[in-house]
Design a protein. Structure first.
Length: 191
């Protein structure tokens, strides 16, 4: 009996063997082609990074001693949104947050995903704010919500976002929509 070596170009795919189970997303090989291309640099181990990173986000190797040549590549996830109820949303796409975000044109067109939050006191708009990935940055944009989107950057006082004007988030930033909140977290050096 001979042992066959695995093909290095084959992507491993886990399969859950439960009768009647259907995966919620397509396999990873399909998603790679849909990722946004951004300008970045590679560490000496060929991991794709933000051009302003001092250390590789994957292996931690220093980037300062390398001659960095930028290239286009698929943007990796920029972190996660943590919700006050414990839900997490991976930041690999734009999101629309609200009581009924599925009806927003970005979600309907498939350019953003919906984050539906329960709102017992009615202080959140149907489509309250958008979380947008722009290059290597995470922005929040108030969608002209009735009660405003409040943002608290690390080390600063909360402020109300101006409708339609993006605010760049840093890891640890808190976004308050009505009585609910989300927090942006990332391992990326304060980006």
């Amino acid at each position: 009996m001979s042992v066959r070596e695995p093909d290095p170009d084959t992507v491993f795919e886990a399969v859950l063997l439960i009768p009647g189970y259907a995966p919620a997303v397509e396999p990873a090989t399909e998603l790679v082609d849909d990722r946004v291309l951004v300008e970045g640099v590679s560490c000496k181990n060929e991991h794709f990074n933000d051009p302003s990173a001092r250390y590789c986000g994957l292996c931690g190797i220093g980037m300062v001693q390398l001659t960095l040549v930028t290239r286009l590549g698929p943007r990796p996830p920029l972190g996660v949104l943590l919700c006050d109820d414990g839900a997490t949303y991976r930041l690999d796409a734009d999101y629309v947050v609200g009581r009924n975000p599925e009806r927003h044109p970005f979600v309907a067109a498939g350019t953003a995903r919906a984050v539906r939050l329960l709102d017992p006191d009615g202080s959140m708009s149907r489509q309250h704010c958008k979380i947008a990935l722009v290059g290597w940055a995470v922005h929040v944009v108030d969608l002209a919500s009735a009660n405003g989107t409040w943002i608290e950057l690390p080390g600063s006082q909360p402020f109300r976002a101006v409708p339609g004007e993006p605010v760049v988030l840093r890891p640890g930033s808190r976004i308050t929509v009505g009585e609910r909140w989300l927090r942006y977290e990332s391992h990326r050096e304060g980006k």
